[in-house]
Design a protein around this ligand. Sequence first.
Ligand code: C2E
Ligand code: CA
Ligand code: CA
Length: 578
Amino acid sequence: MDNKEQLQALKGKAFDASGEGILITDPRGVILAVNKKFEEITGYSSVDVLGQTPRILASGRHDEAFYRDMWDLVMEQGLWSGLIWNRRRTGDEYLEQFSISAVYARDGTVEGYIGVMRDITDQKLQEDRIKYLASHDVLTGLLNRHALDTRLERAILHAKRRQARLALMFLDLDRFKQINDILGHDVGDELLKTVAQRLRECVREEDTIARQGGDEFILLLEDLEDNKGSIAHTAQRIIDSLAKDFEIMGCALSASASIGIALYPENGHTQAELVKHADLAMYHAKASGRGNFQFFNAELDAQVRQNVALESDLRAAIAAGGQQFVLHYQPKINLATGRVVSLEALIRWHHPQLGMVPPAEFITLAEDVHLITPLSRWLVGEVAAQITRWGDDALPVAINISPAQFRQANFVEELLEITGSHGVPPGMIELEITEGVFINDMENAIKTLQAARDTGFRVALDDFGTGYSSLRYLVSLPIDVLKIDRSFVSDQNQVCMAIVRFLVNLGQELGVEIVAEGVETLEQAHYLYKAGCTVGQGYLFSRPLPVADVLPFLRETGVTDRHDQDIEVMHLTARASS
Ligand code: C2E
Ligand code: CA
Ligand code: CA
């Protein structure tokens, strides 16, 4: 072999060894040669394609114009390169990075074309997957928070240009946390998936649904007819659809949801505003009994603003020494005997202009603006003084302790100092704390609880079941009493009843007393009693009483000792409520 032949042979080897598929055509596009890689990618052997044109690879995904433009460019500039969807012999489509160049003779005429192809289908799939993951929630397949932001931004621009309306719905499942904790994460996950599915069925294809995180979803409805009625209708349809039973891993569940709705442009012009206002409306829906929807309105907004004014009034009221505050006392009843076992002190604020401001409104405010410590110092002193005034008739009194207050250094010492100065033993005081005290610093919270109990105070975990701490922690908490939140008592659906039974069993196992809050009907009392709950509190027995009414109530219901264990709770509760 001479040099030239050797070189020729080498070129042939290189042709076949190339990692890219190569085809060579004559000037008319008829295939003259293909290499091994081409055969590998396309599934056609060279025998199959020789004499054919590359058109046999066409997938049908690109139109005539696409190929025309491609060839135009090759003619004009001698080269085209880009992405093409082709079809393998098997019929599968694949994506290739394709470049085609013209080969010219000395006189400038086209001698033929060389096409080079690289199969990038896997790479593309991977990229798509990455893009998908970056914008979707893996569990439900809905958009994620990030993607929603982008979508929302675009939707606002779009709506602004067309002077159209948008509705942003903020949806939060009621009691998802408990389902997750008690029935397990697998059930929780399945529930979220089912919810996502039902949401899809409730809105139009073009509407956006995103999972904001946890059990929060956001729906974005665009191009709305200009009436609130249809939005309300959609919201109600969602609530109804979620409320229908579904079976998950053998449990019949339904999901109650609360929805807040903010409209563009009425309720906000920016993403942040719309989300914030829909969120606020959602809280309003929760506060109005859950399982309903609320539109954001100016009143809600006014409430937020009012808080600012309220703050300075609160400051003044505390500084003035607490005359505007009053304590009411709500009895807790032994469900077996009907006797009052203790009282819960609940604060009331008689605002000189606004009248009665509910504690739910000013306690959080007091926490936010660091007024909770002086306020509760006043309160503990007041309770201690009252216990002394009641003398021999006094029963233990529970005081609500807010998380901010609980985290104060010397919290226990200060309590002891105040109660001690009135001569009240710690055993007469029960501290009602919420799961909020464990957020961020479980370890120190437990230390404080331990210190409080070592000193002789009793400790109750309040509103149990509404917080976000895991049930797992409960086992290790030094507490005496567990108060089941009233939402579980008032809703006598299957899930709530299962949760109550679960908590009662858990309480018994841990040697913790179970108190049910918000008992309003005889049926509830009866049910709770049978479930193993020892103590109940609620309007059925008594509303929180002004101090003057406390002793009369005690005389009427439970001062005389009753050891008759068989007394039916029904009789007692009926009498107490008459
Ligand atoms: P909480 O500690 O869960 O108190 C029970 C609330 O439920 C009280 O509302 C009580 O009046 C109400 N309630 C009692 N029985 C029933 C019933 O059968 N049905 C219904 N629907 N409600 C019932 P209130 O007095 O408005 O207090 C609300 C919350 O404000 C309290 O919830 C507590 O978290 C807080 N709070 C009240 N007083 C104080 C206080 O002195 N200090 C602190 N830090 N928080 C307080
Ligand atoms: Ca309480
Ligand atoms: Ca409570």
